[in-house]
Every structure is written in structure tokens, then in C-alpha cells.
Design a protein around this ligand. Sequence first.
Ligand SMILES: *[C@@H]1O[C@H](CO)[C@@H](O)[C@H](O)[C@H]1NC(C)=O
Ligand SMILES: *[C@@H]1O[C@H](CO)[C@@H](O)[C@H](O)[C@H]1NC(C)=O
Length: 325
Amino acid sequence: MIFKPFLIALGLLSAAQAIKPFTWNKQTFLLHGKPFQIIGGQMDPQRIPHELWTDRLAKARAMGLNTIFSYVYWDQLVPEEGAWETSGNNDIARYFKIAQKQGLNIVLRSGPYICGEHEWGGFPAWLSEVPGMVVRTSNKAYLEAAKFYIDHLGAELKDLMITNGGPILMAQVENEYGSYGDDHVYISSLRDMMREAYGIPLYTNDGGEESMLMGGQIAGALAETDGSPQTGFAARNEYVTDPSSLGPQLDGEYYVTWLDQWASNYTHETDVGNTAAIKQVTSDLEWILKNDSSFSIYMFHGGTNWGFQNGADWGGRAGAHNHEL
Ligand SMILES: *[C@@H]1O[C@H](CO)[C@@H](O)[C@H](O)[C@H]1NC(C)=O
Ligand SMILES: *[C@@H]1O[C@H](CO)[C@@H](O)[C@H](O)[C@H]1NC(C)=O
């Protein structure tokens, strides 16, 4: 261990501290001070047997991705109130360490609500039995439960944050919250909680429409969109004016295909053999790259919903594609 005052005297610390490990300017992300385009793909550790993590991450790197976007499932980490379960597929710190070894960065999507086509958007079932609970609002019982989860996750991943030499670049606050509500007291409480627990830059990710961006965007977090990059980027440029939410454009979920649904009337969703769909994907991704912007392919690898961890549609029977809970 070298004594800090000694380094400061040599001028070493002040020089190192001048360059933030990850930040952005108006146009571009900056990784260790250099322009950085996020070539990302989504892959959630808790949907993949941990024995296969190295193999899947190596394949992502081999495909040319430089960043993995990962949802984290609260219900698996906190299966009972007050519990903290990080063995096997829940050892997400290990997954992020393997990613770093493979040369991949991480974007952390820890909700607490994630949607993610996961049961109740990642909320633990026991939340529904807590008296006075109102999820996704500035409700006391809910915020206390969320804080337990976020604080424990922050402690678990502390050494893996970019600020401590780890691969985790930034974290998302909530998930497409503007599609659900506009309680900005709630979103800013989460932002503050995450800022304290994670200590890394934060962003929000909403659908590329005015009401969604206005509902989900919050000062001090970079506002990003998902879906069509052309309409999403244009909407962000048009509707978000707070300079503390402006910066490079990231399509946080570029859909290469759609999800499968359990019902006899559905067919398997795939682009295989669909030349028109593949052409659309390649031209969109080329457009983003030429635009000096960033993307995350949703999904790079989907994995498996174990047990009853799959999400379900709400707002009508089968066929309502718009509300996956
Ligand atoms: C499936 O299709 C049949 C025939 O069109 C229809 O009667 C039935 O309601 C559909 N089932 C669902 C779950 O949508
Ligand atoms: C990226 O696209 C946006 C929206 O169409 C446009 O305003 C901007 O000038 C483009 N930037 C570059 C570098 O091409």
C-alpha cells in the first residue's frame, strides 16, 4: 500500500483523477478519456446455467460486441424478505468478472422493476404481501424494500464498478418507466439510491415517444430510448431539453426479433430465413454506427426461463403484445 499524500505530492493522483474512467460529452461516450461507441448485446446471467457463462460471453466477444447489457432479477437475489442469495446462477459478480476477462464492458440494468419478460418484472412475490405496498411509486414500503436490494447489490458489485477498475460502466434507473407512470419523486428517489450505492453514471431507457420520455426521464441521468433508432433518437432530441439528461444516443434495446409466447396460436418468432427482416436489422445497425451512436441488441442470447419465471401479458388475453408483466 502506498501512502496517498505521497502520491499527491508526486502529482500522480491528481493526474489520474482528472480523467474519469467512464463519462460522456454531448456527442459521445468517453472510456478512459477516449471516444467509445457501445456495441452491445443483452444477456442476463440468471437465465443461463453458470457453467455456460464463460462460453456465452466468449461468443459475444467473438461476434464483435464490446459491452453486455444485463438485467438483474431481484426476486432471485431476495427470494424471501431479508434474504440475500448469490449462489449458482445468482452469483452475478462472477458473471461480470468473467465478462471483464473476456474483454467486455457491462451496463447494469438492475431495475428494481426490469420488465425483462420476467415474472412480475423481477419483483419478488413476497412484496405483494407487505402491508401498504404500492410498487413503482414513491411508496414508503416499496422504497424501503427497493433500498435493501439496491444497497446489497451495490455492496456485492462494488469492486466491479468502473470507478474501482471493474467492467460496469453505468446503470439504468428503473425500466421504461414512462410507459407506466410519471411519479418523478419515485424516479429521483431511485436515482439517489443508486448514485449512493453504485457510484457510477446513471441513465434511463424509455420508448421513443414524448409521453414515455417525459414520464421516465429524470435530471442527472442520461435519457436514452429503445426500439426504432431513427424515431427514438429524433424523439429524444426533440423532447428532452434538460442538459443533465443529454449526451450520446444509445438504442438501449434494438429488437432483432420478438419474443415467443406460450399459446397454441403462436408460432416461434425468428428472423432465420427472413431476408427482409435481416436486411432491416443490418441497415438499422449500420445507420446507428454511421450516426456515431451506440446500441444494444435485444437479445444477444435469451437463455431459459426456469420454473415459472416467465413473464405474462396483461391488458387482454393472448395477442396483447404491449404489456409484458
Ligand atoms: C386461437 O385461435 C382460435 C381459432 O381462431 C380461437 O378460437 C381461439 O380463441 C384462439 N386462442 C387464443 C388463446 O387466442
Ligand atoms: C444522427 O442522427 C440524428 C437524428 O437523425 C441527427 O440529428 C444527427 O445529426 C446524426 N449524427 C450524425 C453524426 O450523423
